[in-house]
Design a protein around this ligand. Sequence first.
Ligand code: UDP
Length: 343
Amino acid sequence: MKTKVLVTGGLGYIGSHTVVALLRANYEPVIIDNLDNSRIGILQQIEKITGVSPEFHYIDLCNEAQLADLITNDESIHNIIHFAAHKAVGESVAEPLKYYRNNFNSLFSILKAFEGKKMNLVFSSSCTVYGQPDELPVSEVAQVKKAESPYGNTKQVAEEILQDVATADKLKNIISLRYFNPVGAHESALIGELPSGVPQNLVPFVTQSAAGKRGPITVFGNDYDTPDGSCIRDYIHVVDLAEAHIAALQLLEKGNAEGNYDVFNVGTGNGYSVLELINAFETTTGVKLNYQIGPRRAGDIVKVWGDVTKSREKLGWQARLGIEEMMRSAWAWEQYLQTNQIN
Ligand code: UDP
């Protein structure tokens, strides 16, 4: 019998890549999604890649009863990877309640559904919890800074809630993965990031601009304290990121999390500036980008990249794919969207 894994938000960007990785690792994913920022067609794409059509439930996690029914009716589910959450930083500043309501109620529904039961949970957290770190690369023991946005705050507070729950209840084994900047797409180019409206994140904007869907890229500031003046991030290929969830789940299944709760950085450990990324896109794809230097974006972190020693040593995971494969696959996905007229 294959081990079931409930994947909330399993049709989203990181969720869909993780479902593919789970199937490859011989798990049985059970997807729940409310299609808020994803499409039902992703299910067929997953089937095209893997040959398997995973179990899917259209459930809004804020509806406690729907999830509780599913868990009550299926005693074999103990593993969960929880992606489903709102994630747009800017929107969270404009509509904080939407973020607090959705992201916390979803988490509470999960905890409620597993009350009194064994649960191995992998939680999607973010390097946003570090703010601007005092030391780079930033490791998991670095101080968590006051969140810059309600979105970031939902990640920080959720981590605290989960730590408390794991401390209080030995049936709960929990790992928070702090993602750096996920980019790229599956090598098949059948799944990838589907930003709605004007992309806020750099790479989807770059690929859309290269495809002629958008105007020139604006580099948000070139007068920062970095070698070329633009901000630095630790970009991580989404396929590597998906694999980190498998490693986390396997560690939880061994019952090996630090005192039931642990946290890991998921990045490459390398920082790239905005201008370096633009250059990497151009050299990898041969496509010339139009860009201009604009003003700084309010609230931007100047530079952050992760110390991934703990992930390598304890999780047994490390990134394999570099910036070229990130750019190549992101561009292949953009071209797939164009060819198939998916907007
Ligand atoms: N960025 C940019 N132009 C854009 C979008 C982003 O120069 O159109 C920069 C942004 O200032 C940051 C980096 O790209 O330095 C990554 O931004 P993103 O929003 O993708 O991630 P985050 O800031 O959340 O790490």
